[in-house]
Design a protein around this ligand. Structure first.
Ligand code: ADP
Length: 301
């Protein structure tokens, strides 16, 4: 499995409640936790057992060295993680009691992941390519087209939302979005699960007029809805303690990609993804909160 995407240091502060604009509140604790959607999804996939290569960049700063070390320790192939001049991608995250969070992302080195980098990756027929939206959009389109050309499958997590180019959408096999991103994708007000399911049953076009095929909409505590091969299915949310929802969507995407790469049909891959993400929200942090294959097997049994 190949992930082309972002690598960030998440600087996480816990607070009892979010500050209002202009207000100062005392934080509880501060943590530096490896994150970034590309890295998180690669970790989720690797922990589920998929050999995973990550194409990306970190900065030539203290964060960069820590991030590269963390990914290597996770047994991710980091031979295509470059160290670039300037700062590493950095996310400033606040987590309030109850798990609510806010995130500000500074792209840093992730902005240097240009279309030229796609040629460095070895993508083979039968591979799964996993993409997100924290690197330049042209790179995603070049990567999806290259993967398609060799017979690999492409999974695109449109997060944070950016209107996909028609070329990118046309080269995407499975699109994964959360409720907010779905509303932006189809240019409709944010809807409840019933209305989203209704929408998935009808003809779907994206904001750029391009038809949308297989799509998964994650619904937080309510699980996910998916349209796969024209069939609409609902995956109920898993019950358990919620500690920190940061990276829940990344866990879902990484686990889904890894399960597809392992040869599971899309519906079984979705069940695994939903179970994995349900476990991840019970732990603090993003990358380090991703569950292992054994833990997901136990949750599903
Ligand atoms: P994102 O993190 O991208 O906003 P969601 O909040 O939709 O994505 O969460 C992604 C997945 O994580 C969900 O489909 C579900 O499997 C799991 N999940 C998220 N929040 C919860 C929760 N409170 N309880 C159980 N599972 C959750």
């Amino acid at each position: 499995m190949v992930v082309i995407g972002s690598i960030n240091m998440d600087v996480v502060v816990t607070v009892e409640r979010m500050p209002l604009p202009g207000e100062t509140v005392a934080g509880g604790s501060v943590h530096q936790i490896p994150g970034g959607k590309g890295a998180n999804q690669a970790v989720a996939a690797r922990r589920l057992g998929a050999p995973t290569a990550l194409v990306g960049a970190v900065g030539a700063d203290g964060f960069g060295a820590v991030l590269a070390g963390f990914l290597g320790a996770e047994r991710i192939d980091t031979s295509l993680v470059r160290m670039e001049h300037g700062p590493s991608g950095t996310a400033l995250i606040t987590v309030a009691n109850g798990g609510e969070n806010t995130v500000i992302v500074v792209a840093g080195a992730n902005g240097s992941v240009s279309p030229a980098r796609v040629a460095e990756a070895t993508i083979r027929a039968g591979d799964v390519l996993l993409l997100q939206d924290e690197i330049p959009g042209e790179t995603n389109e070049a990567a999806a087209r290259a993967a398609r050309a060799v017979g690999a499958r492409t999974v695109l997590n449109l997060a944070p939302f950016r209107a996909p180019s028609p070329g990118l959408l046309a080269a995407t096999d499975v699109l994964i979005v959360n409720e907010t991103e779905f509303a932006e994708l189809v240019e409709a007000p944010r809807a409840d699960a019933a209305a989203i399911a209704e929408r998935l049953r009808a003809e779907l076009t994206a904001c750029n007029g391009q038809p949308v095929g297989d799509v998964v909409v994650t619904l937080g505590a309510q699980g996910a809805l998916a349209r796969i091969g024209g069939e609409v299915l609902a995956l109920p949310g898993r019950r358990g303690p919620v500690v920190d929802t940061t990276g829940a969507g990344d866990c879902f995407c990484g686990a889904f990609g890894a399960s597809l790469a392992a040869g599971l049909p899309a519906t079984a891959a979705l069940e695994r993804a939903n179970a994995a993400a349900g476990l991840a929200v019970g732990r603090f942090g993003a990358g380090p909160a991703m569950p292992t294959a054994t833990e997901v097997d136990a949750a599903l049994s």
